[in-house]
Design a protein around this ligand. Structure first.
Ligand code: FE2
Length: 163
């Protein structure tokens, strides 16, 4: 169920309200990563024109990075005693990143669209860091800081493609 606060038996010492709030933020971020993972493949396959070879390879690096992060974020949800979103339908419903059409698309347009998506992730991560910090959940905050630094670097690189 989207936005579920279903719990497991795992208890790492966070209060119930703290783990509920942090898990909701983590699941919202996870949903966007799941949609972005598919979208990056779509762009990887359907990119046309200038920057094809470079961006085709960059997109593969990006979806591989997102794949690792999806697993880490889902396991973080479990570590704080909740259930990660595991259904595509739920991810689509909970995500604020939207899918792309499978039509031919130029590299500059892909870069521009992805910068907007990565900015959404950056905003989510800053909120997550704030919420985790408020509840002394350094584990979630530390993970989120690492993801934030990656996203900032990726925005910088994508901007160089004319976004
Ligand atoms: Fe490929």
């Amino acid at each position: 169920m989207v936005g579920s606060i279903e719990k497991t038996k795992v208890d790492v010492g966070l209060s119930a309200s703290a783990s509920d709030e942090i898990a909701k933020h983590l699941n919202g971020y996870l949903a966007n990563l799941q949609v972005l993972y598919v979208k990056l493949h779509n762009y990887h396959w359907n990119i046309e024109g200038e920057h094809f070879y470079t961006l085709h390879a960059v997109l593969e690096e990006l979806y591989n990075s997102v794949a690792e992060e999806i697993d880490e974020v889902a396991e973080r949800v479990l570590k704080i005693g909740h259930r990660p979103i595991g259904r595509v339908a739920d991810a689509l419903e909970a995500s604020s990143i939207t899918e792309a059409d499978n039509t031919g698309i130029a590299g500059a347009a892909i870069a521009k669209n992805l910068v907007a998506d990565y900015r959404i992730l950056i905003d989510q991560l800053r909120s997550l860091i704030e919420v985790a910090g408020k509840h002394d959940d350094e584990g979630s905050a530390d993970d989120a800081v690492g993801y934030l630094k990656d996203k900032e670097k990726q925005v910088w690189m994508l901007t160089a493609f004319g976004a």
